[in-house]
Design a protein around this ligand. Structure first.
Ligand SMILES: Nc1ncnc2c1ncn2[C@@H]1O[C@H](COP(=O)(O)OP(=O)(O)OP(=O)(O)O)[C@@H](O)[C@H]1O
Ligand SMILES: [Mg+2]
Length: 249
């Protein structure tokens, strides 16, 4: 579903990563792992074109989503970002009520049946029973884990086909992290998921495929990509072997 060929990102004259070739089959979960600064977030930013928002940043190569050229300057960004939802490390609910966090973007996109879709989205992340008696209270009053699930619900309400997550659990306590992880795992099949995680055990638990990024001479690259059991069980490259065993990175 996603096909990436010879992708690179530059920030002015600094190359963040280059030469990345990767494909992501529909309905699967792919984990991106690797040491800090190897280009994982920059890679994700190409998939939803958030890279355009960074002054001086430039993506080159090819990214196809269902055959559509994602890096085409004429791409309809509003429609594209509706298809490609994004969840960040730090939960970022709007400073609005719980209900409006989901209803507002739905209305912006001209959706109908907003009330029903708010409920369905909250149910999908297990929040409905926790918050249905206080939908009009501020979302910022929720716990960190609840806020992150609300952000996932907000993304899912727009019915994306791809969900990108950049370390969605790393700002959460272990219990909230486990709950969010279970919801990410439950996206398999219905959504195509790419998740950046520093938690190798988490990648092992939830990812069908794992991509190990690495840095050489200050430039990130894709060191290894394969089925998760292969990458962890019989890595083909020395860096992936060292990284997954915890001896490097
Ligand atoms: N806005 C920016 N301007 C300049 N350089 C940047 C910018 N964002 C990232 N970089 C550089 O690009 C490289 C890759 O950064 P990126 O944030 O993609 O790495 P990462 O793998 O997500 O790291 P981390 O695990 O710490 O989040 C790094 O060298 C970083 O300093
Ligand atoms: Mg990052």
């Amino acid at each position: 579903m996603i096909a990436v060929a010879d992708l690179a990102v530059h920030y002015r004259d600094k190359c963040a990563f280059s030469g990345v070739n990767l494909s992501v089959p529909r309905g699967t979960v792919t984990a991106l792992v690797g040491p800090s600064g190897c280009g994982k977030s920059s890679f994700l930013s190409c998939l939803n074109r958030l890279v355009d928002m960074v002054p001086g940043a430039r993506a080159s190569g090819r990214v196809e989503l269902d055959g559509c050229d994602v890096l085409d300057p004429r791409l309809d960004l509003v429609a594209h970002r509706r298809r490609v939802g994004m969840i960040f490390q730090k939960p970022n609910p709007f400073p609005l009520s719980i209900r409006e966090n989901i209803a507002f973007p739905l209305r912006e996109h001209g959706a109908r049946d907003v009330g029903e879709r708010v409920e369905a989205a909250l149910r999908a992340v297990g929040l409905w029973t926790e918050v249905n008696d206080r939908l009009d209270r501020p979302a910022l009053g929720l716990s960190g884990g609840q806020q992150q699930r609300l952000c996932i619900a907000r993304a899912l309400a727009l019915e994306p086909s791809v969900v990108l997550l950049d370390e969605p659990c790393s700002a959460l306590d272990p219990i909230a992290s486990g709950v969010v992880e279970d919801h990410v795992a439950s996206l398999r099949g219905r959504y195509t998921v790419v998740i950046v995680t520093h938690n190798l055990a988490q990648a092992r638990r939830i990812a069908d495929h794992t991509a190990v990024f690495w840095v050489r001479g200050g430039v990130g690259y894709l060191a290894e990509h394969g089925a998760t059991p292969q990458v962890f069980g019989s890595p083909r490259t020395d860096v992936a072997a060292a990284y997954v065993s915890g001896s490097r990175g």
